[in-house]
Design a protein around this ligand. Structure first.
Ligand code: PRX
Length: 635
């Protein structure tokens, strides 16, 4: 087991060397020792980044839910698998043991089967953070259906796009959701979406807020009565290692969201292995990741990684500010949380409210603190370290992506000395490279370039659903024989990595990936808008916020600008969701363009960031005069 729980830096380097010198032997040993297989693999790895094609543990047969549930039953049947903490603390927690989980997943899977869901069918899950969300993922996996979770903050149009892209046969939703003091009517969002989705045959509705909803005859049914009738026994469907486990959409810089496809065995091995090491997980720890299961962090590190280790994983339905800003810390104290994993944007938002909310609580159970989703600034890092970890719980700044499936660059707590704002060292088996503008690898330390990965790891996404060419173009065409992450990074004198941010047109707002193109498309739908360009600018809580430059048609001129701003944000909310709303909207007569008609976003980014040094030569633009005008009227 020496390569499973890394103890110190020396051991890290030793294991790391082994993992990159002979990756196949390394991953084979881990897969062999720590998982339950119906049949072992014929071949550990075959790959070709040119095609691109990656296959891990080919020929193996398994079901991931047998690894996440069944095999724990004998030793951990009464152990809490999922600890549900509701939005309203007065409601009381729900503890789901491994035995309960086994029965509930089986019942749910039997319901899916009774509705005609078969291996390979796609099921869209649009649920709030309630136990049914985790259970529905596992129920799909149990029968080999491919789940596609859509974050329940997306609008009906965004939901419909995702349902249609992967032709989902079923939608699982709830009557509504709680978010702090608010309730959200999820079912009506689904109803609106389904007006445009012919592929959906049935909708299962979980009851959460007891609101009045309408059930469409022949299509919609309450979930609970079906579960009550279903058997709690079911043999898991045997899956091939490379059978798809799920699709999860992520924003691209252009066009449609990308349905990243993750497959079964490699994803399981990598998420379980990283969970155990990155959080130094031990039996009886109480682990809490505050992400939503609608994002990859929730898939890998609320559901699959922790459950594959037989851990207790906390699911929190609410928000950090309700009933007050001490909510996170109250939960940490109440459940004696040992590992706490959150996003920099949450840390910044809470830091703003003052330390009194943190100081009230006993946080001495915490052993490891994690962050993910965006670069963490130095101030937030220290606030977290001083006030939450009280300098006793190391911070793991984990860099990874929807596409990578699991954590890629991270300290190992109590092993890798941490450095604020640095994700530090590659995880075992991960081979990062920094590339220069000419496409050459920059060797040696103290380098700055585009972050790529040279060698496949078990949980790399295998394709984009229905569009392998786009997968190739996006990730494998910028640099030869490399997976390109879309991020920039620097490497310091000891080889630590610091992620500097996206180098494409993806903007990370409060840890959410947003592509500029779909937002511009939404803005341009406004009848008064001629053209728009969206850029990011630094924001002290969100990390980045969105700045829109908008030119109006003649019909829009002279209209009240405040009303126009509201209408534009309303369209964005309808088309994508409130997370993509613009913080600032500047109306302008023109957008700076190159002679070939391309909008010069670099200039717009600098103006929005109020950084007008080194604007470069603007005289070669098609319309240089608009730059001064935009600068004079910047918001
Ligand atoms: O830019 C990087 C940023 O988030 C992007 C991936 O976003 P998503 O696919 O939504 O997955 C987020 C959760 C894994 C990356 O390309 N990012 C993620 N983690 C970090 C980060 N940037 C800096 N530091 C991190 N720790």
């Amino acid at each position: 087991m020496s390569n499973y729980h890394i103890k110190d830096l020396e051991e890290y380097y030793q294991v790391y060397r082994k993992s990159v010198n002979d990756p196949e032997a390394f991953w084979e040993e881990i897969a062999e020792e720590h998982f339950l297989w119906r049949k072992k693999w014929d071949n550990v790895l075959s790959w070709d980044f040119k095609k691109p094609e990656v296959k891990w543990f080919e020929g193996a047969k398994l079901n991931i839910t047998e690894n996440c549930i069944d095999r724990h039953l004998s030793a951990r049947g009464d152990k809490v698998a999922i600890l549900f903490e509701p939005n309203n603390p007065k409601e009381g927690v729900e503890k789901i043991t491994y035995t309960d989980l086994y029965h509930r997943v089986n019942k749910f899977a039997n319901v899916l089967k009774s509705k005609g869901i078969k291996k390979g069918d796609r099921v869209c899950i649009y649920l709030p953070m309630i136990p049914e969300l985790a259970i529905s993922l596992l129920a799909c996996a149990r029968i080999g259906a491919i789940h596609s979770v859509v974050f329940a903050g997306f609008s009906s149009i965004a939901l419909a796009t995702r349902i249609n892209d992967s032709n989902c046969k079923m939608v699982i939703t709830s009557d509504g959701s709680y978010r702090g003091k608010k309730t959200i009517d999820l079912k009506s969002i689904v109803d609106e979406a389904l007006e445009d989705c012919e592929c959906v045959e049935s909708v299962l509705v979980a009851k959460r807020i007891n609101s009045e909803i309408t059930l469409k005859d022949g299509r919609d049914e309450w979930l609970q009565p079906l579960l009550n009738q279903a058997s709690d026994q079911l043999t898991a469907t045997v899956m091939d290692a490379e059978d798809p486990l799920f699709i999860l959409y992520t924003s691209g810089s252009t066009g449609m969201p990308k349905g990243m496809v993750h497959t079964t065995a490699g994803y399981m091995v990598y998420t379980a292995h990283t969970f155990k090491n990155v959080f130094q997980y031990r039996e009886n720890d109480i682990y809490w990741c505050t992400a939503d299961i609608g994002w990859i962090t929730g898939h890998s590190y609320i559901v699959y990684g922790p459950l594959a280790n037989g851990a207790t994983t906390v699911m929190f339905e609410g928000v950090p500010s309700y009933p007050d800003y001490g909510r996170f810390w109250e939960i940490v104290e109440k459940h004696k949380i040992t590992q706490f994993y959150t996003a920099p944007t949450a840390i910044r938002a809470l830091a703003k409210e003052g330390v009194e909310y943190v100081e009230k609580y006993d946080l001495s159970s915490l052993k490891v603190l994690g962050t993910v989703g965006e670069p963490i600034n130095e101030e937030a890092w220290h606030w977290y370290d001083d006030n939450v970890g009280r300098k006793k719980a190391p911070i793991v700044d984990t860099w990874w992506q929807t596409e990578t499936g699991g954590i890629m660059i991270t300290p190992i707590p109590y092993c890798t000395p941490t450095k604020p704002t640095f994700a530090t060292l590659p995880f075992i088996g991960i081979q990062p490279a920094l590339m220069d503008e000419e496409g050459k690898e920059i060797k040696g330390n103290q380098a700055n370039g585009r972050l790529c990965i040279k060698f496949p790891w078990p949980s790399i996404a295998r394709t984009i659903w229905g569009n392998h060419q786009r997968y190739k173009d996006t990730y494998f065409s910028t640099f030869e024989n490399m997976y390109f992450t879309g991020d920039g990074a620097l490497r310091d004198e000891v080889g630590y990595y610091r992620i500097t941010g996206r180098v494409d047109d993806v903007i990370i707002v409060s840890g959410h990936n947003l592509g500029t193109a779909p937002i511009e498309d939404a803005v341009n739908e406004h009848p008064a808008v001629a053209e728009s360009a969206i850029v990011g600018f630094p924001h002290d809580v969100k990390g980045n916020a969105l700045y829109g430059y908008v030119t109006l048609k003649e019909t829009g001129e002279g209209r009240n600008q405040e009303n126009l701003r509201k209408e534009i944000n309303q369209i964005i909310t309808e088309q994508i969701g409130p997370i993509a709303k613009l913080n600032k909207i500047q109306f302008t007569d023109g957008l700076p363009k190159t002679r070939s008609g391309k909008i010069m976003r670099r200039i717009l980014r600098k103006i929005a960031s109020k950084d007008t040094s080194n604007m470069g030569d603007t005289s070669t633009l098609l319309n240089p005069e608009c730059v001064k005008d935009i600068m004079d009227n910047v918001l």
